[in-house]
Design a protein. Structure first.
Length: 88
């Protein structure tokens, strides 16, 4: 499996985890770390940056006590950016 294919699979796994939000926040953050590493390996710096920013945004939202729907909106927006960056 190519690193690009593995990256796309991980992004889809993030989408699946998103459905159980907010219970899955720790799993989402771990998977985002993996997506970041895969994006760097696949020479997709834009996707890596999006994964890093998404992780920071989720951590900040949880730390600040944001409502679950707000955290979900952050995740949805970032997943769309990740998909676009990986398709480029």
């Amino acid at each position: 499996m190519s690193t690009q294919s593995a990256l796309r699979d991980s992004i889809e796994e993030l989408s699946e985890l998103r459905k159980g939000e907010p219970e899955n926040v720790p799993s989402l953050l771990r998977l985002l770390d993996a997506v970041y590493a895969q994006a760097m390996t696949a020479e997709q710096p834009g996707a890596a940056q999006s994964a890093r920013i998404l992780g920071e945004s989720i951590e900040s939202a949880v730390r600040n006590g944001s409502a679950p729907h707000r955290i979900g909106a952050i995740i949805d927006s970032a997943l769309e950016r990740l998909r676009r960056k990986c398709a480029a």
